[in-house]
Design a protein around this ligand. Structure first.
Ligand code: UDP
Length: 245
């Protein structure tokens, strides 16, 4: 008789600088987390470097239910180690999660960004997806975490989109997950800014070439500090990792 095990996907992680990264394709990741629930981390080199200095954040990464390679930096790092894993942009992944949860009218919560941004983001996504069932909307500039966590827990959300920037969003989700055990919770940085229409994603050609970071840096030069020296240092460390230096 056939068992059920073959139906349940297993995580397939590889270690990058000591941290787990899942090697799922976009579709597999979508399927896995919809079944499994829990915390999704969209990881990038900055987060890995922060986790190397901060044990609490390292623990969050260790205990996440799925870690997807959000940016080109992680894709390059994995390639150096010999793993050909395509990146999964958090902004696209979250948008697909919304569609998937909306098919079943499951309640969705939005937490993060400036008040007018999150409202516009919800409106825009709702226009594209009229079946979306929004149960909670909260901007990201609250002082009272306990209030927001309580309200979120009571909202009964099954999908929680948190756009507070990292590491704030990952720490917030870690706590929210305890209150919503059957939910998928994902940290998605500046995604509400994109959905609101205020920030444009790079043209597709930049995305395909893995140069979205370059486009964003030209548009927002203050981001340069986030790329240099982080990205080259990260690549160097991964090379050292590969050769055991
Ligand atoms: N943000 C927030 N509360 C804060 C700090 C930031 O809601 O206390 C929001 C900010 O408005 C923006 C997002 O978090 O929408 C962070 O975007 P960023 O581009 O830094 O994230 P990335 O995608 O680069 O991680």
């Amino acid at each position: 008789m056939l068992g059920y095990n073959w139906l349940i996907m297993e995580r397939q992680t590889v270690k990058l600088q000591g941290f787990n990264v899942d090697t799922f394709t976009f579709e597999e990741a979508l399927e896995y987390i919809t079944e499994k629930h829990g915390q999704v981390v969209t990881i990038n080199p900055e987060m890995i470097q922060y986790a190397q200095k901060n044990q609490d954040f390292a623990n969050v990464l260790e205990n996440a239910d799925m870690v997807i390679p959000d940016g080109i930096g992680v894709e390059i790092g994995l390639k150096i180690l010999g793993y050909h894993v395509r990146r999964i942009p958090g902004v696209e992944f979250a948008r697909k999660l919304i569609d998937k949860f909306s098919e079943k009218s499951l309640p969705i919560a939005f937490v993060g960004a400036k008040p007018e941004i999150v409202e516009k983001a919800v409106l825009n996504v709702h226009k594209e997806n009229p079946d979306m069932n929004v149960c909670y909307v909260q901007d990201g500039y609250f002082k009272d975490d306990e209030r927001v966590l309580k309200e979120l827990g009571e909202s009964g959300a099954k999908l929680v989109l948190v756009a507070l920037g990292s590491p704030k969003q990952e720490f917030f989700i870690k706590r929210a997950k305890e209150l919503l055990p059957g939910a998928v919770l994902i940290g998605i940085g500046g995604s509400f800014d994109v959905w609101s229409g205020v920030v444009k994603r790079a043209p597709v050609i930049y995305q395909k070439l893995g140069l979205e970071w370059l486009y964003r840096t030209v548009k927002e030069p203050q981001r340069i500090k986030r790329i240099f020296p982080t990205l080259p240092l990260f690549v160097l460390n991964v090379i050292k990792e590969k050769f055991g230096a």
